[in-house]
Design a protein around this ligand. Structure first.
Ligand SMILES: [Zn+2]
Length: 285
């Protein structure tokens, strides 16, 4: 998959919108009606600028790009005036609990110490948008499938949260630029940081093995494991998490698969697949 950067409007669009606002002689007064500006499409919300607000800060809190806010509000100036109304496009409110943590790091208070001996980061700690409605119920979990996220230009070296956000963006974006799914296809992702991140809530059927998603919990290990194994901390988290899910759903070792067991794929990479086999997992379906 190609994990594209969230759609940034082109510099040209930005300049044209800015010029139009300047010609109109009004850059700071936003519309006052409770309807989106004509330039907006779909979701968004109105925000009233508070003293001390800066565009970049508002964009960060809403997890949208500054340029999207500039364009949709036809701002002729980046200087905001308290009381000015801005349409924040694409989201329904500010992201919950502005985390006091480094970019790409989940807020410390969001991380749950799971009884199974690993740290769990709930979807609410990283997701920008709710799950869309186009999904099926999972029903009973009968098997687990281990994946790797694979090697993709643009993902290498990014913090786990950013990798997950980019995969989600790709999976939920409409075709043809994305997959048009309800949200990220995997139920859980095991981070390079040794944490387990909740992806698609487990009550929904996943989108991770073509033709075999029914009753199948998808677990993806962040990285590419064709030529090397995950780090010891990542493997430890995977081990603890798989054991916990086996117990929770009463899944035997022979129902813990590598993606390649169920479909034509190199996933989860030769090295990780061999490791799974060594643990007694990954039998053919
Ligand atoms: Zn896979």
């Amino acid at each position: 998959m190609a994990a594209d950067h969230p759609s940034l409007l082109s510099r040209r669009t930005l300049l044209i919108a800015g010029a139009a606002a300047l010609v109109a002689g009004c850059g700071s007064e936003g519309p006052r009606k409770e309807v989106p500006p004509a330039t907006a499409g779909g979701t968004g919300f109105w925000y009233t600028v508070q003293p001390g607000d800066e565009l970049a800060g508002i964009a960060t809190r809403a997890r949208v790009s500054s340029s999207d806010i500039v364009v949709v509000n036809s701002l002729g100036s980046l200087a905001l005036v308290p009381g000015q109304r801005l349409w924040i496009p694409g989201v329904q409110g500010f992201a919950s609990a502005a985390p006091a943590s480094a970019p790409g790091e989940p807020a410390a208070e969001a991380v749950v110490e799971a009884a199974g001996g690993y740290q769990l980061v709930p979807r609410s700690a990283w997701a920008r948008e709710p799950v869309k409605g186009n999904n099926n119920p999972m029903g009973k979990v009968l098997r687990l499938t281990v994946h790797h996220t694979g090697e993709h230009a643009g993902l290498v070296g990014l913090p786990d949260v950013e990798v997950i956000q980019r995969i989600e963006h790709y999976h939920r974006s409409p075709k043809p630029s994305g997959r048009g799914w309800a949200c990220i296809g995997y139920h859980y992702l095991v981070g390079k940081d040794g944490r387990v991140y909740e992806g698609r809530p487990a009550q929904y059927q996943g989108a991770h093995v073509s033709g075999a998603n029914e009753n199948n919990l998808g677990i993806s290990v962040i990285g590419d494991f064709m030529n090397h194994l995950p780090s010891p901390v990542q493997l430890a988290a995977l081990t603890a998490f798989v054991a916990d899910m086996q117990q929770k759903y009463q899944v035997s070792a022979r129902r813990v698969h590598g993606h390649r067991d169920l479909g034509r794929s190199e996933c989860p990479g030769d090295r990780l697949y061999a490791w799974l086999r060594g643990k007694g997992f990954a039998g053919k379906a």
